[in-house]
Design a protein around this ligand. Structure first.
Ligand SMILES: [Zn+2]
Length: 268
Protein backbone atom coordinates (compact mmCIF):
# COMPACT_ATOMS: atom_id res chain seq x y z
CA UNK A 1 0.00 0.00 0.00
CA UNK A 2 1.54 3.29 -1.13
CA UNK A 3 1.66 5.82 1.65
CA UNK A 4 -0.20 9.05 1.11
CA UNK A 5 0.70 11.26 4.07
CA UNK A 6 3.79 13.41 3.54
CA UNK A 7 4.55 13.36 7.26
CA UNK A 8 4.64 9.56 7.32
CA UNK A 9 7.65 9.37 4.99
CA UNK A 10 11.27 9.53 6.11
CA UNK A 11 13.63 12.14 4.68
CA UNK A 12 15.43 9.46 2.72
CA UNK A 13 12.18 8.27 1.13
CA UNK A 14 11.39 11.88 0.27
CA UNK A 15 14.87 12.32 -1.21
CA UNK A 16 14.21 9.39 -3.55
CA UNK A 17 10.94 10.78 -4.95
CA UNK A 18 11.11 11.63 -8.65
CA UNK A 19 10.37 15.37 -8.64
CA UNK A 20 8.91 15.30 -12.14
CA UNK A 21 6.32 12.71 -11.13
CA UNK A 22 5.51 13.80 -7.59
CA UNK A 23 2.56 16.04 -6.84
CA UNK A 24 1.94 17.40 -3.37
CA UNK A 25 -1.64 18.27 -2.47
CA UNK A 26 -2.00 20.85 0.28
CA UNK A 27 -5.46 20.73 1.86
CA UNK A 28 -6.73 24.04 3.23
CA UNK A 29 -9.91 24.67 5.18
CA UNK A 30 -11.06 26.25 8.37
CA UNK A 31 -11.72 25.69 12.03
CA UNK A 32 -14.99 27.52 12.23
CA UNK A 33 -18.49 27.12 13.52
CA UNK A 34 -20.77 25.07 11.28
CA UNK A 35 -24.14 25.51 12.93
CA UNK A 36 -25.31 23.55 15.95
CA UNK A 37 -25.23 20.20 14.10
CA UNK A 38 -21.79 19.97 12.41
CA UNK A 39 -18.33 20.04 13.97
CA UNK A 40 -15.98 22.99 13.62
CA UNK A 41 -13.47 21.02 11.53
CA UNK A 42 -16.00 20.51 8.69
CA UNK A 43 -14.11 22.44 5.99
CA UNK A 44 -10.65 21.03 6.58
CA UNK A 45 -12.04 17.54 7.13
CA UNK A 46 -13.76 17.60 3.73
CA UNK A 47 -10.74 19.02 1.90
CA UNK A 48 -8.42 16.46 3.50
CA UNK A 49 -10.80 13.54 2.86
CA UNK A 50 -11.13 14.46 -0.82
CA UNK A 51 -7.35 15.00 -1.13
CA UNK A 52 -6.63 11.56 0.34
CA UNK A 53 -9.07 9.81 -1.95
CA UNK A 54 -7.67 11.66 -4.97
CA UNK A 55 -4.15 10.61 -3.93
CA UNK A 56 -5.20 6.99 -3.37
CA UNK A 57 -6.87 6.87 -6.79
CA UNK A 58 -3.89 8.49 -8.54
CA UNK A 59 -1.35 6.24 -6.81
CA UNK A 60 -3.27 3.14 -7.83
CA UNK A 61 -2.43 3.59 -11.53
CA UNK A 62 0.10 5.45 -13.63
CA UNK A 63 3.51 6.57 -12.56
CA UNK A 64 2.50 9.75 -10.84
CA UNK A 65 3.01 9.75 -7.07
CA UNK A 66 0.57 11.95 -5.19
CA UNK A 67 1.19 12.85 -1.58
CA UNK A 68 -0.94 14.87 0.81
CA UNK A 69 0.90 17.48 2.87
CA UNK A 70 -0.10 18.06 6.49
CA UNK A 71 -3.39 19.94 6.12
CA UNK A 72 -3.51 23.62 6.98
CA UNK A 73 -6.25 23.38 9.55
CA UNK A 74 -7.10 27.03 10.01
CA UNK A 75 -8.30 29.51 7.45
CA UNK A 76 -9.48 33.08 7.41
CA UNK A 77 -12.87 33.09 9.13
CA UNK A 78 -13.40 36.50 10.73
CA UNK A 79 -17.07 36.37 9.63
CA UNK A 80 -17.62 33.35 11.92
CA UNK A 81 -16.02 34.75 15.07
CA UNK A 82 -19.43 35.79 16.41
CA UNK A 83 -19.96 32.15 17.37
CA UNK A 84 -17.72 30.34 19.86
CA UNK A 85 -15.26 27.75 18.60
CA UNK A 86 -13.96 29.51 15.50
CA UNK A 87 -10.18 29.94 15.28
CA UNK A 88 -9.41 32.41 12.50
CA UNK A 89 -6.04 33.31 11.01
CA UNK A 90 -5.20 36.78 9.81
CA UNK A 91 -4.75 36.95 6.04
CA UNK A 92 -1.00 37.51 6.46
CA UNK A 93 -0.68 34.45 8.70
CA UNK A 94 -2.49 32.20 6.25
CA UNK A 95 -0.40 33.47 3.33
CA UNK A 96 2.78 33.07 5.37
CA UNK A 97 1.99 29.44 6.22
CA UNK A 98 1.53 28.68 2.52
CA UNK A 99 4.66 30.63 1.54
CA UNK A 100 6.72 28.91 4.24
CA UNK A 101 5.47 25.48 3.19
CA UNK A 102 6.47 26.01 -0.45
CA UNK A 103 9.72 27.76 0.56
CA UNK A 104 10.69 24.70 2.58
CA UNK A 105 10.00 22.20 -0.20
CA UNK A 106 11.16 24.13 -3.26
CA UNK A 107 14.92 23.98 -2.50
CA UNK A 108 14.59 20.18 -2.57
CA UNK A 109 13.28 20.31 -6.10
CA UNK A 110 9.52 19.98 -5.62
CA UNK A 111 7.44 22.09 -7.94
CA UNK A 112 4.21 20.17 -8.54
CA UNK A 113 1.63 21.37 -6.03
CA UNK A 114 -2.13 21.58 -5.84
CA UNK A 115 -3.98 23.47 -3.13
CA UNK A 116 -7.28 21.74 -2.43
CA UNK A 117 -9.51 24.11 -0.52
CA UNK A 118 -12.59 23.39 1.60
CA UNK A 119 -13.49 26.87 2.87
CA UNK A 120 -15.16 29.59 0.79
CA UNK A 121 -13.68 32.32 2.97
CA UNK A 122 -10.16 31.33 1.86
CA UNK A 123 -10.74 31.87 -1.85
CA UNK A 124 -9.75 35.53 -2.06
CA UNK A 125 -6.67 34.92 0.02
CA UNK A 126 -5.67 31.87 -2.01
CA UNK A 127 -5.85 33.84 -5.25
CA UNK A 128 -3.54 36.47 -3.75
CA UNK A 129 -1.27 33.87 -2.13
CA UNK A 130 -0.67 31.81 -5.27
CA UNK A 131 0.08 35.03 -7.12
CA UNK A 132 2.65 35.92 -4.46
CA UNK A 133 4.11 32.40 -4.61
CA UNK A 134 4.46 32.74 -8.38
CA UNK A 135 6.09 36.12 -8.07
CA UNK A 136 8.45 35.37 -5.19
CA UNK A 137 9.09 31.64 -5.44
CA UNK A 138 8.61 31.12 -9.17
CA UNK A 139 6.13 28.25 -8.95
CA UNK A 140 2.62 28.29 -10.46
CA UNK A 141 0.18 26.52 -8.15
CA UNK A 142 -3.50 26.02 -8.87
CA UNK A 143 -5.78 26.49 -5.88
CA UNK A 144 -9.17 24.89 -6.32
CA UNK A 145 -12.19 24.72 -4.07
CA UNK A 146 -13.75 21.27 -4.44
CA UNK A 147 -17.32 22.47 -5.02
CA UNK A 148 -16.20 24.61 -7.94
CA UNK A 149 -15.19 21.44 -9.76
CA UNK A 150 -18.70 19.96 -9.49
CA UNK A 151 -21.21 22.77 -9.86
CA UNK A 152 -23.22 20.69 -12.34
CA UNK A 153 -23.43 17.78 -9.88
CA UNK A 154 -24.52 20.09 -7.06
CA UNK A 155 -27.28 21.48 -9.28
CA UNK A 156 -28.39 17.94 -10.13
CA UNK A 157 -28.24 16.63 -6.55
CA UNK A 158 -29.57 19.68 -4.71
CA UNK A 159 -33.25 19.76 -3.81
CA UNK A 160 -33.23 23.01 -1.90
CA UNK A 161 -34.00 26.32 -3.53
CA UNK A 162 -31.02 28.56 -4.26
CA UNK A 163 -29.70 29.69 -0.90
CA UNK A 164 -29.95 26.16 0.46
CA UNK A 165 -26.31 25.29 -0.18
CA UNK A 166 -24.30 28.00 1.52
CA UNK A 167 -22.76 26.94 4.82
CA UNK A 168 -23.42 23.94 7.08
CA UNK A 169 -26.06 23.40 4.44
CA UNK A 170 -27.59 20.71 2.22
CA UNK A 171 -24.16 20.06 0.66
CA UNK A 172 -21.88 20.11 3.71
CA UNK A 173 -24.33 18.19 5.89
CA UNK A 174 -24.75 15.54 3.17
CA UNK A 175 -20.96 15.13 3.00
CA UNK A 176 -20.78 14.75 6.78
CA UNK A 177 -23.63 12.19 6.79
CA UNK A 178 -21.71 10.20 4.21
CA UNK A 179 -18.16 10.59 5.55
CA UNK A 180 -18.73 10.54 9.32
CA UNK A 181 -22.35 10.27 10.44
CA UNK A 182 -21.36 9.92 14.10
CA UNK A 183 -20.16 13.51 14.05
CA UNK A 184 -23.52 14.88 12.90
CA UNK A 185 -26.36 15.83 15.24
CA UNK A 186 -29.34 16.13 12.91
CA UNK A 187 -31.65 16.79 15.89
CA UNK A 188 -30.05 20.24 16.10
CA UNK A 189 -30.10 21.08 12.39
CA UNK A 190 -32.50 23.84 11.41
CA UNK A 191 -33.65 25.55 8.25
CA UNK A 192 -31.67 28.78 8.12
CA UNK A 193 -32.17 30.31 4.69
CA UNK A 194 -30.23 33.48 3.99
CA UNK A 195 -32.03 36.78 4.00
CA UNK A 196 -30.49 38.13 0.80
CA UNK A 197 -29.62 41.77 1.34
CA UNK A 198 -30.08 42.32 -2.41
CA UNK A 199 -31.33 40.04 -5.22
CA UNK A 200 -27.71 39.68 -6.39
CA UNK A 201 -26.15 38.74 -3.08
CA UNK A 202 -26.95 35.07 -3.29
CA UNK A 203 -24.90 32.74 -1.15
CA UNK A 204 -24.99 29.26 -2.62
CA UNK A 205 -22.33 26.83 -3.86
CA UNK A 206 -24.39 26.32 -7.02
CA UNK A 207 -25.04 29.92 -7.97
CA UNK A 208 -23.03 32.57 -6.18
CA UNK A 209 -24.28 36.12 -6.66
CA UNK A 210 -22.10 38.84 -8.10
CA UNK A 211 -22.75 41.45 -5.44
CA UNK A 212 -21.04 39.74 -2.55
CA UNK A 213 -21.53 41.73 0.61
CA UNK A 214 -19.00 40.31 3.10
CA UNK A 215 -20.78 38.03 5.51
CA UNK A 216 -21.11 38.21 9.26
CA UNK A 217 -22.80 34.97 10.22
CA UNK A 218 -23.92 36.27 13.59
CA UNK A 219 -25.73 39.05 11.73
CA UNK A 220 -26.76 37.11 8.63
CA UNK A 221 -27.99 33.80 10.06
CA UNK A 222 -30.04 32.44 12.93
CA UNK A 223 -27.73 29.64 14.06
CA UNK A 224 -24.56 29.87 11.98
CA UNK A 225 -26.12 28.04 9.01
CA UNK A 226 -26.77 29.35 5.54
CA UNK A 227 -29.08 26.96 3.79
CA UNK A 228 -31.18 23.88 4.28
CA UNK A 229 -29.40 21.05 6.10
CA UNK A 230 -32.76 19.31 6.62
CA UNK A 231 -32.62 18.08 3.01
CA UNK A 232 -29.20 16.48 3.51
CA UNK A 233 -28.79 12.72 2.99
CA UNK A 234 -25.84 10.40 2.97
CA UNK A 235 -26.70 9.36 -0.60
CA UNK A 236 -26.30 12.95 -1.75
CA UNK A 237 -23.05 13.10 0.21
CA UNK A 238 -21.77 9.99 -1.60
CA UNK A 239 -22.59 11.49 -5.00
CA UNK A 240 -20.94 14.82 -4.14
CA UNK A 241 -17.82 13.17 -2.69
CA UNK A 242 -17.40 10.72 -5.56
CA UNK A 243 -17.91 13.43 -8.18
CA UNK A 244 -15.38 15.75 -6.50
CA UNK A 245 -12.78 12.97 -6.29
CA UNK A 246 -13.30 11.98 -9.92
CA UNK A 247 -13.20 15.50 -11.32
CA UNK A 248 -10.14 16.53 -9.32
CA UNK A 249 -8.32 13.27 -10.14
CA UNK A 250 -8.92 13.88 -13.84
CA UNK A 251 -7.64 17.44 -13.50
CA UNK A 252 -4.56 16.21 -11.66
CA UNK A 253 -3.92 13.66 -14.38
CA UNK A 254 -3.93 16.37 -17.02
CA UNK A 255 -1.60 18.45 -14.85
CA UNK A 256 0.83 15.54 -14.71
CA UNK A 257 1.52 15.93 -18.42
CA UNK A 258 2.66 19.54 -17.96
CA UNK A 259 6.38 20.12 -18.14
CA UNK A 260 8.36 21.83 -15.42
CA UNK A 261 8.63 24.90 -17.63
CA UNK A 262 4.82 25.10 -17.62
CA UNK A 263 4.55 25.08 -13.83
CA UNK A 264 7.37 27.48 -13.04
CA UNK A 265 7.21 31.14 -13.91
CA UNK A 266 9.29 32.80 -16.59
CA UNK A 267 10.20 35.62 -14.18
CA UNK A 268 10.84 37.68 -17.27
ZN1 LIG B 1 -17.94 24.90 5.49
Amino acid sequence: MTRISWEKLTWSEIAELDRDFTTIIIPTGAIEQHGPHLTIDTDIFNADAIAREVAAKSNAGGKQRVLVAPPIWWGTSPHHLGFPGTISLKNETFTNILMDTISSLKPHGFYRFLILNGHGGNIGNLTASVSKIGEELGISIPALSYWQAITDVLIEVGESEIGGMGHACEMETSLALFLRPDDVDMSRAILDMPQQPTPWSCIDFRAPGFLNIPLDLKRDSKAGIIGNPLLATKEKGAKIFTAAVERISTALESMASLKKSELTTSRY
